[in-house]
Design a protein around this ligand. Sequence first.
Ligand code: CU
Length: 270
Amino acid sequence: MFHSSLRACYALLLACMPILASHSALANGTHSNLKIEVVNDMDLNSREGVLKLRLRDGHNLVLGPDQLRIEHEKLFHLFMFDKGLKNFAHLHPVPNEAEPGTWTVPYKVANPGTYKFWGDVTTKAGQKLTGFVETLILGDGDESVPATGLPEKLQGEDKETVLTLNRPDGGFVAGRDLMVTFTLWRTTSDEQTNIVEYLGAPAHFAVFTVDGTQMIHAHPMEMGGEYMLHGLNFPRAGDYRVWVQFIDRKNPNLPLEDEVHTVLLNIKVN
Ligand SMILES: [Cu+2]
């Protein structure tokens, strides 16, 4: 269990985090330039609650809705995951009218523990900003054990749709623009998948180093029944956790959000 001194310690760590994030993070080959602060009045002492955040750019200017533009249908994309890389969510915080300059979003996790929150926004001028903050979520249940190595997993399934990632010629190597293809198919029948756009793309790849400090966010193009990621560039060698999200529409009566599939993969990069 966490006691108060540990929490105080954590608050201190949090205060330093945006600075850390601005130096250690990479996304699509550019340095992180987004600072995220958790501004909740209370500790995140429950596995379910509302997260309140503030965003600042590299010049420390607060970023509200007037400074940002919609990209992939949202002003603010937020990826959260725990140290064990087991709990994952892709959230979309909205401007908090009660406190201009802050953003809120409900969250719910299965395990307490330390979580990373990776933000991805685009300024009105078209600059892409990414960065992360780390915070503790308290609550009942066991913390997941921090991930160290990940066994390679190039195929994954969710709700009867399978994603198979093909190894590129020359393998997965760091520091090079790779062309990576994948296929989507169903386990249930010979029926074709029915991939419809989700947030303005056929699929969203959220790719993280095993320590969660570097991110790649990539979108494929469809080419004759196959999908292709262009210029996927891993910043360093090592293990990567990948969460792929897409919609394979099976039941037109369901709201689109209910048909979002999340497939988990691991890539070993040399
Ligand atoms: Cu995306």
